[in-house]
Unconditional design. Structure first.
Length: 579
């Protein structure tokens, strides 16, 4: 590795490469996000001088509304973490009252960098906000579904545009926030918004594209047609936006934006399935499944329904509730049918990749599928998170963290994406950064059980058993029917020394398992915490026999460290053919 490049500023054991936006410590790359690095670059170029908070705002968030304290303080906290400035230690960056910051350590700056600029973000970012429903309340599924489908179409239409994921975009439904503020929060260059009126057999859609930097309306139009022509409306909006963006953004190339079509009645059921699936609650999820089944019964060749249906079952397999073998057979069947019809459909491809990762253990095949998916749709956050999970299992931890951070960049307002970043950092042993990211996820949604569970993992790893037990207990309280959450609750109680209570909770988990599948992997971890090593092994072996999707993590999960070296455990890890 060339560590004396002309673009690198040196200080202490660190080097910052302004050309690539990378930070190195003793020749090894340090994980650092874009905004913290930009702050570091500014401070380094003016080492010894005061850089005011106002200057940082103007440089990092130009022409946008900024929640000043939250944005800058969060970025500065991440920068200090990357530099190892924890607690009261301030070796590099001095806080100058409430005015700003000063870099105080000696630096070596090449002459060629005296007036260097910050690394620029190459990809344009587009946010599609929820289209406002102007019709009856029971037609809201139509406007929400149209929004989600436009996000998908735009992601496939432009290889040079990062399209914000639906979860983050839908956070702004019925918001009163100004467009400038939304643009800042999503770090978007352009925002697409509009309204939908479904009135009998007619649908009217208005749409406009706004440039965030100066709030200019780049394009606007309205469409009024028979609702049977909704596909033409979608394609018309996508095509018009494509042309406007091609004019506005030099060098942008257009891809394939065509929509899949079916009958209007079937399509409305598909939109309802997407509407309920997006809510991610147990009753809504079951309604989504029911609608997908109706769609597929009416149109067996409708690719989006086949692909999304497959992905829902892939998600269910990890969270429990259904037998893994039966669930993954459905994933393989429906995803394969979708790919036979359309080899480029992203949801189907990711579902197949998940089948190969968690069921058939064909990891190289999964990696090839995911790489192809990201070539087809570089804005598909789900492909990045799935790829990140695969890289974790392959023990390519730095790549894994980078991959899930890319997903979070595409889905900045999603607690799910932020929790998955924390999860990847946890498996990589980066507990301090994982703690920051799971805290951000809980700021977005304090009642998200998955974030609380990941918080428990991290707290365990840092030796904070009380905090871990409390996090597991709260997650189980929010999802009392989840065997996965209850098993973690039992583990937390056992770790805290409350083994009798842990055993009672575990009994309830076993009773629940007689009604619906509970991941045996989680039951094994609960027994391990209680101290029953033999039962822990029995349930871990059951996880392999049942092809529990969680079994693939046993080789990288620090919670299983007490079993490392045991021939039975090493034999199980060998079954996974881990590197």
């Amino acid at each position: 590795m060339n560590v004396s490049g002309k673009h690198r500023i040196k200080f202490a054991q660190f080097e910052a490469d302004l050309a690539t936006g990378e930070l190195f410590e003793n020749g090894s790359r340090v994980q650092i996000q874009q905004k913290p690095f930009h702050i570091l670059a500014l401070l380094l170029q003016r080492a010894g001088q005061l850089v005011t908070r106002q200057e940082l705002h103007e440089k990092l968030w130009p022409s946008t509304f900024v929640q000043k304290d939250l944005s800058l303080n969060t970025a500065m906290r991440k920068l200090r973490l990357a530099l190892g400035e924890t607690g009261r230690t301030r070796q590099f960056i001095e806080t100058v009252g409430s005015r700003g910051y000063r870099f105080v350590a000696p630096v070596s700056i090449p002459e060629s960098l005296a007036n260097a600029q910050l690394p620029s973000r190459q990809r344009v970012r587009l946010a599609v906000l929820p289209f406002e429903n102007l019709g009856k309340e029971d037609s809201e599924y139509f406007s929400d579904g149209l929004t989600e489908q436009l996000i998908a179409l735009m992601g496939r239409a432009h290889r040079g545009v990062s399209v914000i994921a639906p979860v983050s975009s839908m956070q702004y439904k019925r918001t009163s926030k100004p467009t400038a503020q939304i643009g800042h929060e999503l770090r978007a260059d352009y925002i697409l918004g509009g309204s939908v009126l479904l009135d009998g057999a007619r649908v009217r859609v208005t749409a406009k594209l706004i440039r965030c930097a100066d709030q200019t309306v780049v394009w606007s139009d309205s469409f009024s047609r028979d609702e049977r022509d909704i596909f033409l409306i979608q394609e018309g909006i996508t095509r018009q936006i494509s042309r406007s963006m091609l004019k506005a953004i030099p060098g942008l190339t257009e891809g394939n934006a065509s929509a899949h079509t079916t009958s209007s009645g079937t399509y409305q059921k598909f939109l309802k399935a997407c509407y309920f699936g997006h809510k991610w609650t147990e009753p809504a999820f079951r309604r989504a499944i029911d609608y997908f089944e109706q769609v597929i019964a009416e149109d067996p060749g409708y690719v989006p329904a086949l692909g999304c249906y497959a992905y829902m079952y892939a998600a269910m397999a990890q969270y429990g509730g259904m037998d893994p073998n039966a669930t993954y057979e459905l994933v393989r069947s429906y995803a394969s049918r979708a790919v036979e019809i359309d080899p480029d459909y992203d949801y189907a491809l990711v579902s197949l990749a998940q089948y190969h990762i968690f069921h058939s253990l064909e990891w190289r095949a999964a990696e090839a599928i995911l790489q192809r998916t990201l070539t087809i749709n570089p804005s598909f956050a789900l492909a990045y998170t799935t790829y990140g999970q695969l890289l974790t299992l392959m023990q390519r931890s730095s790549e894994s963290v980078a991959m899930v951070r890319r997903a979070a960049d595409l889905d900045p307002a999603s607690p799910v994406s932020r929790a998955l970043v924390a999860c990847a950092e946890y498996f990589a042993g980066q507990y301090a950064e994982a703690q920051l990211n799971v805290s951000e996820a809980l700021e977005m949604d304090p009642n998200f059980p998955t974030s609380l569970t990941v918080l428990g993992w991290i707290s365990e790893a840092e030796g904070q058993i009380g905090a871990a037990s409390a996090a597991y207990e709260r997650a189980a309280g929010l999802a009392p029917q989840s065997g996965l959450m209850l098993a973690h609750h039992a583990r937390g109680l056992a770790l805290a020394g409350r083994k009798d209570e842990a055993s009672k909770v575990l009994d309830s988990v076993l009773a629940l398992r007689r009604q619906a599948y509970v991941p045996s992997y989680a039951i094994s971890l609960a027994y391990l915490a209680i101290g029953n090593r033999e039962e822990a092994f029995r349930w871990l072996m059951a996880a392999f026999d049942e092809k529990c999707p969680w079994r693939v993590f046993c080789g990288v999960d620090p919670k299983f460290r007490p079993l490392y070296g045991d021939p039975r455990f090493e034999s199980l890890r060998k079954c996974l053919e881990l590197p």
